[in-house]
Write a new protein. Structure first.
Length: 122
């Protein structure tokens, strides 16, 4: 798959893909006879995973470290698992805070509906 195809299917720009390669988030792909980048089909799943890690607030430096560990192979399985477990705890704590905040907002909205109803005399 050429870089334009990866960009189209992933939603990233060609420049972003080149940047990801430069900083080590994406391993340098093979090149065809014309020198054009040729990515394997697995790159799309990897990009989705990177985007999900980003969405959870994982720092770019940690994503780069994780990518480097992944490239080293099975010898880093434990370290990658530990990284994800640690980050998962952070995500779970943020999620709990967001759920509490959402519940508070729901109560506030309901209170305002009640006050508006009472102010209208209903």
């Amino acid at each position: 798959m050429l870089i334009g195809d990866v960009a189209k299917q992933s939603g990233l720009t060609v420049d972003t893909l080149r940047y990801y390669e430069k900083i080590g988030l994406i391993a340098p792909p093979m090149r065809n006879d014309g020198g054009r980048r040729v990515y394997g089909d697995d790159v799309l799943g990897w990009i989705r995973f990177l985007e999900q890690l980003n969405a959870t607030g994982m720092k770019q430096a940690d994503r780069i470290r994780y990518a480097a560990l992944r490239r080293r192979g099975d010898e880093t399985l434990t370290e990658r698992r530990e990284m994800l477990e640690l980050h998962r705890k952070t995500v779970a704590a943020k999620l709990a805070l967001m759920q509490d905040t959402l519940a508070l907002m729901d109560r506030k909205v309901a209170a305002y509906h009640d006050m508006e109803r009472k102010a209208k005399g209903h």
